[in-house]
Ligand binder design. Structure first.
Ligand code: NAP
Ligand code: FE
Length: 367
């Protein structure tokens, strides 16, 4: 397999960088579709900052603020109908992974007529509107990835659409929007970012460039472990987490994710467990499984976190995650059979079979 690194997204970061990026917004077009979740963008100041910049540039906008967590395929078609009726010529997404992913998919369906049953076939043309992403959680890295992960009721799981045309043009990183991010969402999203970088190092597509970025992302997140435990994070630490999550996005944009993500999707789909928490619940036992066949790699990951054993990592995850949800054996078998069909499970030099996936799941949830 030829390994490659590709990252076309321009990244702007620093205090008040939405406002100082005003000339970049101006170049994007005449009328923006702003995509957000229901509440947070209006409360954390990000929506005000963006609309102030657009107003001062003389640009118009239409606000689509109906994105729910884990957006469904149906909701994307609804968003695209709105975007078409508003004649927008660029897209600004503000929020966590859900609004950012929704914005990418809405953009695709605004520019291209793709029936629902063909959405996953990936036969897209190049038509797409330019996008700016303003992340307000530090986890998914969606601001720098070519994926939109959608809830797929037919397959009873979450499944991503992916194409280089879905890379945003610009990502604007300002940690101030996360000042009041609740402790639980901060932990869950940080674990998503950590999972991206760790899974990236365990991916078949890992290469020296993604490894360097992943190690740096893991290192920065681990500097915040104590702050995550206490729930006391300075603005500087918030920025560390945001930067580390963007690095994690740069990793998975090239390596994709592995079994942790595909198993975790069932926890979200069937039990409404947050995406990052779902990954955090499974990550430790997945690492323990990989260690049996690839101990040098796991030691490398642990040492970046200042740890010497997988158990030490699991103790930390347990502390961050608190009481765990319990599952029946039947549920676990069903979720493993769904995950086993996904490409992510095979995206690792050590591919777990069904029995091993069941073991990872049981040890993770019902220990
Ligand atoms: P999210 O679903 O986007 O947001 C979770 C919650 O956090 C929402 O209630 C949201 O409120 C709130 N929130 C967001 N920013 C906030 C802030 N600054 N202050 C207070 N509350 C805030 O969660 P997420 O973990 O960021 O994203 C998860 C999604 O991303 C999943 O669908 C996952 O599959 C996907 N994902 C995508 C990629 C990719 O590469 N594209 C990678 C990993 C995960 P509002 O709804 O009011 O905004
Ligand atoms: Fe993720």
């Amino acid at each position: 397999m030829i390994k490659q690194y590709y990252m076309p997204t321009q990244i702007l970061m620093g205090d008040d960088c939405v406002k100082s990026s005003s000339p970049m917004f101006l170049k994007m077009g005449k009328k923006a579709l702003i995509v957000t979740g229901k509440h947070s963008a209006k409360i954390n100041g990000a929506l005000d900052d963006v609309t102030e910049v657009l107003s001062s540039n003389g640009q118009e906008w239409a606000l689509y603020d109906r994105v729910m967590s884990n957006p469904t395929i149906e909701s994307i078609y609804e968003g695209a109908a709105f975007a078409k009726s508003e004649n927008v010529d660029f897209v600004v997404a503000i929020g966590g992974g859900s609004p950012m992913d929704a914005a990418k998919a809405i953009n695709l369906l605004t520019c291209q007529d793709i029936p629902m049953d063909k959405l996953y076939e990936g036969q897209y043309s190049d038509k797409i509107l330019p996008m700016i992403m303003v992340p307000t959680t530090a986890g998914t890295g969606s601001e720098v990835t070519p994926y939109a992960i959608l809830t797929n009721d037919r397959l009873q799981t979450k499944k991503s659409i992916g194409s280089p045309i879905l890379f945003p043009q610009i990502a604007v990183l300002d940690a101030k929007y996360m000042d009041n991010l609740p402790k639980e969402i901060t932990i869950n999203t940080a674990l998503d970012a950590l999972s991206h970088s760790i899974e990236g190092m365990l991916s078949l597509r890992a290469n020296p460039i993604t490894d360097s970025i992943a190690r740096e992302s893991i290192r920065r997140i681990s500097l915040c472990f104590n702050g995550l435990k206490s729930g006391q994070l300075t603005r500087m630490q918030r920025f560390e987490l945001l930067y580390a999550s963007t690095l994690g996005g740069m990793v998975i944009a090239n390596t994709k994710t592995t079994a942790v993500h595909s198993l975790g999707y069932s926890l979200t789909y069937f039990h409404d467990i947050d995406h990052g928490r779902a990954n955090g619940l499974l990550l430790g036992e997945f690492l323990r499984y990989i260690e049996k066949n690839w101990p040098e790699r796991v030691n490398e990951i642990l040492s970046v976190m200042g740890m010497s054993t997988v158990n030490e990592f699991i103790v930390l995850l347990d502390e961050l995650l608190g009481e765990k949800e319990r599952l029946t054996d039947e549920q676990i078998e069903k979720y493993v059979s769904i995950a086993a069909k996904s490409a992510n499970v095979k995206n690792c030099p050590i591919v777990p079979d069904t029995d091993e996936l069941i073991k990872i799941f049981k040890n993770s949830m019902n220990r």
